[in-house]
Design a protein around this ligand. Sequence first.
Ligand code: ATP
Ligand code: MG
Length: 262
Amino acid sequence: MSPTESKVLVAIQGVHKKFLHEGRSVHILRGIDLSIDRGEMLSVVGPSGAGKSTLLHILGTLDLPTAGRIHYEGQDVTRYSPSKLAAFRNYSLGFVFQAHHLLPEFTALENVMMPGMIRGAERGKLEKAAKELLGEVGLGHRLTHRPGELSGGEQARVALARALVMEPILVLADEPTGNLDSKTSDAIHELFFELNRRRGTTFLIVTHNNELADSMPRKVSMRDGQIESDVRRDVHSGPFRGVDLDRTSSPPPPLDPADPPG
Ligand SMILES: Nc1ncnc2c1ncn2[C@@H]1O[C@H](COP(=O)(O)OP(=O)(O)OP(=O)(O)O)[C@@H](O)[C@H]1O
Ligand SMILES: [Mg+2]
């Protein structure tokens, strides 16, 4: 990184999201400001319905905000054409969802190679990268297994390798280990940290797992479509202490009386 380059990877400002439901507007995100630095690891927590997945979709450019801006490395991606946005998303972001969506007729190796195949990457290089990643997630001995011949935790690890194969700048994970046993999820969480240390990959992880959230250097808590707290933890000072170092979000805007919540 050159000294003039900003350390901010993505910044969203004044993001609102409304959905139209049965002819009525439902106001879900109510003024979100969030800035994520390169190489950061943060968790997003909060009760069911708080808007965590909605926020993740907007950060991932899978959905557009009703109002507000999203800047990736200073570029306002909300102004991109649909094809430019799709290319940006494919090249720069990695997604890990609870439902892995692995292709059942392809092997673990082929599934991991798939994003690169779609983008016309050179096969030899791609295969090498995919094998390396599968090795890193502990599946070097399962390359030729199809999803139906893998355990749930192994499938999750294949999906993680697939999310990483194009070396995304940001990995967005939505309850990635929500349906796995605690030993397997601990191993995957450890892998997130290892990849962050080794490759500098930025991770945003939506989770209901308090232990995971508290083990991460930054924890963003959401409630009712707003950021309730944004806490950074001094990673060198031992157990999580919950010191509120920078609460950057401005107070929520007044609600539009013509547009009741819920
Ligand atoms: N397409 C949609 N149309 C209408 N309402 C929606 C739509 N998508 C989400 N919502 C509503 O937005 C709210 C926030 O949903 P979201 O999925 O972001 O919650 P969440 O914080 O991820 O919850 P959970 O922890 O249960 O996954 C919910 O009340 C949901 O019903
Ligand atoms: Mg959710």
